[in-house]
Write a protein of this length. Sequence first.
Length: 96
Amino acid sequence: MTVLTDASSRTDILNRLKRAEGQIRGVQRMIEEGESCLKIGQQFSAVRKALDSTYLRMTMCFMEQELEACMHPDPAQREGLDHMLKDMENLLARMG
């Protein structure tokens, strides 16, 4: 089983989830206070986007971690790996 081992990546993902949690609480508050469905819908959209972005970030972190473990790239290869991962992240982001 793959576990995210990079502490900075874990922190980034947890911070993103905490922000999304705050957004969800905001949606709950809006419903309780009787806000318009349009405004609530906009906030739902923002929450979904935040969670999708977090999922993508987590997936990319796992991929990078596993590729590094398999390849043990030397510094010259590392730049190419970084470029390839950034391109892959951009492609996956467009799928959502």
